[in-house]
Design a binder for this molecule. Structure first.
Ligand code: G3P
Length: 218
């Protein structure tokens, strides 16, 4: 399973990249706004900066909601760097845009996915990645992981090549379960990645090893 970081914060991207386990980055308009990146020029430069830090796929989301707008924006974004993946919302014109990009060799990430029906449409349109939003489903008292399982089963049965990119990840357990249930990729905040390191028995065991070593070696 590939690990992406879900942020537009360059410091956090560098920190995750330095761990040596990072395969890519996803962003969205909210994450860009959080970093204060506004205006076309600044947005384009920010994506270029991210591509220079990480040697892997970088999802850049379109703002337009009509086919022509998405195509124009997506072509500009794709021209920034070969690692850019155009992120397109799961709406009618989005499906048309994914088909357009797919026919021209431009890779896509279909975002805001909350059902298996949407996942089938995105795969049929030729999406490279599909982003089901696990945490937001859990927030609604449903089980986001059940959706990952269902999509993984459908994609396997049908032989769809679209990769399942579990998004809206909130904690380490989401990552573990995504791996267990067949996600191809998880995109996570840095806190969830670092949270996977934690276990009290590791800390206790290490303290004991160091104490024993110190006693034996004076
Ligand atoms: O990749 C989509 C993700 O950023 C949404 O996460 O935490 O805003 O639901 P969240």
């Amino acid at each position: 399973m590939k690990f992406f970081i879900d942020t537009a914060n360059l410091e956090q991207i560098r920190e995750a990249n330095d761990l040596g386990i990072l395969d890519g980055v996803t962003t969205n308009p909210s994450l860009m706004a959080k970093e204060g990146i506004t205006g076309e020029e600044a947005v384009m430069k920010h994506y270029k900066d991210i591509c220079e830090i990480v040697d892997g796929d970088v999802s850049a989301e379109v703002i337009s909601t009509n086919f022509e707008g998405m195509v124009a924006e997506g072509e500009k974004l794709a021209a920034i760097h070969e690692n850019i993946v155009v992120k397109v919302p799961m709406i009618k014109d989005g499906i048309k845009a994914i088909r357009y990009f797919s026919d021209r060799g431009i890779r896509t990430n279909c975002t805001l996915v909350f059902s298996a029906g949407q996942a089938i449409l995105a795969a049929k349109a030729g999406a490279t990645y599909l982003s089901p939003f696990i945490g937001r489903i859990d927030d609604m008292n449903w089980d986001g992981m059940e959706l990952i399982k269902q999509i993984a089963e459908i994609y396997a049965v049908q032989g769809y090549e679209t990769q399942i990119l579990a998004a809206s990840i909130r904690n380490p357990l989401h990552i573990v379960k995504s791996a267990q249930f067949g996600a191809d990729v998880v995109t996570c905040p840095l806190s969830a990645i670092l949270g996977m390191l934690k276990h009290p028995l590791t800390d206790i065991g290490l303290a004991q090893f160091l104490a024993d070593h110190a006693k034996a070696n004076g």
